[in-house]
Write a protein of this length. Structure first.
Lengths: 131, 372
């Protein structure tokens, strides 16, 4: 299970990469492996204001449709349009080509509600990986 | 989340083989079943282009001995069984008194007065009760579901694989026929049937031999295991109904577009209700629809016409072969014609769709889909 050190994670398995006042968002390797083949990603509209833990995007896999939550509050400034034709990037490259959106961070202190890679790795272990 | 640790789930004789192949196991109808190995889309495509092996041991098999007419067996199904030739099988529904579908199943005629009935896993107990209650004295009924394992080999290469590994004689089987063959030293039924739309075979072998047959077939490296996830997308692309979702006790064969599996020229349980419904006309009917994007419809999403709900989705998925969403659902008959524009709604999401003719996937290796 790949869990990069430079990211912060939610309990719902989103990651955020904070650079200045911007946060790039995606889902973790664990999440993509649980979802299975991703077939459709509904990205948010640019300009939308989201609150931490609020629905940000929807990911359809062959198995089910799942909501993706905003790891931090802010305004969506950019979305990954290439997912429209190549949603499988979420499976193949969850931390790079499979990113979903960029949020302009409103309140950096919300970081404290997130897990670092070490804590997230422990958290994933408690869920049990039946692969 | 360690599903394989759930104590109340039943396991098939192939559990260890699935664990060895790192399958993802999920609970399905009370069973611990593999949903996928490599991935649903990869397994789906492999079945369409080469061949896959499915563990279908959870399904039920009944053995019945007795004359079709004398024992009342004939009346239990909406389709005739008395005129099935020995060595052939026939698909169709079994109804309740109200004409609702108790199960959809396949009857194999083993000899003049011997039958095998293959039923869905979730309905084994209910079906056994119903059949026994309606059989007259003198008939023998045996539930062999625990004793018999069922392995499905499906895909355009399946004939080459079985003739190479089991017996060249299996190659002569025609669609919806079966014979007994020597399979690993055991006299076993092999039928040319399946649920994927591809050329394929179903093996019925004693449970103790299941793992040996599984591993023996997989010696052909063109064959790969596939899980219930791919089985579901494969059957849906053919427009085949799934019991419990698309057909239930609350739907009749007329509503489910299965009228061709009803023979009205004789008596059967549920006939009066069906005759009445045929006269009055059905209110709802099962349609097939395609969405205009990769967005998948799902079970229980609403089907809308001009903003009003006209029905519900019963099965829905992304179609790996067509790269769009496909589904089945019941709607008001007024809106059931091919080409009708509809909307699939779930929460705030609205997906544009249109009613289409089945099958969704038209290039499968079984010819003509007049057999479900």
């Amino acid at each position: 299970m790949n869990i990069p050190d430079d990211l912060l994670y939610t309990k719902e398995h989103e990651w955020v990469l904070i650079e200045g006042n911007k946060g790039k968002v995606g889902i973790s390797d664990f999440a993509q492996s649980q979802l299975g083949d991703v077939t459709y990603v509904e990205v948010p509209e640019v300009g939308r204001e989201v609150k931490q833990s609020e629905g940000l995007a929807t990911i359809d896999s062959v198995k089910a449709a799942s909501d993706i939550y905003a790891p931090m509050s802010g305004k969506v400034t950019e979305v990954n349009g290439s997912l429209e034709s190549a949603p499988e990037a979420v499976n193949k490259s969850p931390y790079a080509e499979g990113w979903i959106a960029v949020i302009e961070i409103k309140d950096e202190s919300e970081k404290n509600n997130l897990m670092d890679s070490k804590k997230y790795a422990e958290y994933v272990k408690t869920l049990g990986d039946h692969e | 989340m360690k599903y394989d640790m759930q104590p109340n789930l039943k396991s098939t004789p192939l559990l260890n083989e699935h664990i060895k192949s790192s399958a993802k196991m999920v609970p399905f109808a009370g069973w611990n079943m593999p949903i996928q190995y490599e991935g649903i889309i990869a397994e789906h495509s492999h079945t369409r282009t080469q061949a896959s092996l499915f563990d279908i041991c959870h399904m039920g098999e009944f053995y019945i001995k007795g004359d079709a007419a004398d024992t009342g067996l004939e009346n239990i199904f909406s389709f005739s069984i008395g005129n099935i030739s020995v060595g052939k099988c026939r698909y169709g529904p079994m109804l309740n008194k109200e004409g609702g579908i108790k199960d959809d199943l396949i009857v194999y005629r083993l000899s003049r007065d011997e039958w095998m009935v293959v039923v869905n896993s979730a309905t084994i107990d209910k079906d056994a009760e119903h059949i026994k209650a309606n059989l007259k004295k003198g008939a023998i009924f045996e539930n062999r579901s625990e004793k018999l394992a069922k392995l499905d080999l499906q895909g355009p290469l399946s004939r080459e694989i079985v003739t190479g590994l089991i017996s060249p004689d299996i190659g002569r089987l025609k669609y919806y026929t079966f014979e007994y063959f020597d399979v690993l030293g055991e006299k076993s039924i092999v039928s040319r049937t399946g649920y994927t739309g591809e050329l394929g075979y179903e093996f019925y072998i004693s449970s103790g031999k299941a793992a040996e047959l599984w591993n023996h077939l997989l010696k052909d490296k063109r064959l790969k295991p596939a899980g219930l996830g791919a089985r579901d997308t494969l059957r849906l692309e053919m427009g085949f109904s799934l019991y419990g979702r698309d057909v239930t006790e609350e739907t009749t064969p007329l509503e489910a577009n299965l009228e061709r599996f009803v023979n009205f020229d004789r008596d059967f349980i549920g006939k009066d209700a069906l005759v009445r419904q045929k006269k009055e006309g059905v209110q709802k009917i099962l349609i097939a629809f395609k969405t205009d994007s990769r967005r998948a419809p799902r079970h229980d999403y609403s089907i809308l016409k001009d903003g009003k709900e006209i029905g519900k989705v019963t099965s829905g998925s992304f179609s790996p072969s067509l790269s769009c969403g496909i589904g089945l659902g019941y709607v008001d008959v007024k809106f059931s014609k091919a080409g009708e524009a509809i909307v699939i709604k779930h929460g705030p999401a609205e997906i544009k769709a249109a009613v289409v003719e089945k099958p969704f996937y038209k290039k499968s290796s079984i010819q003509g889909s007049n057999v479900v």
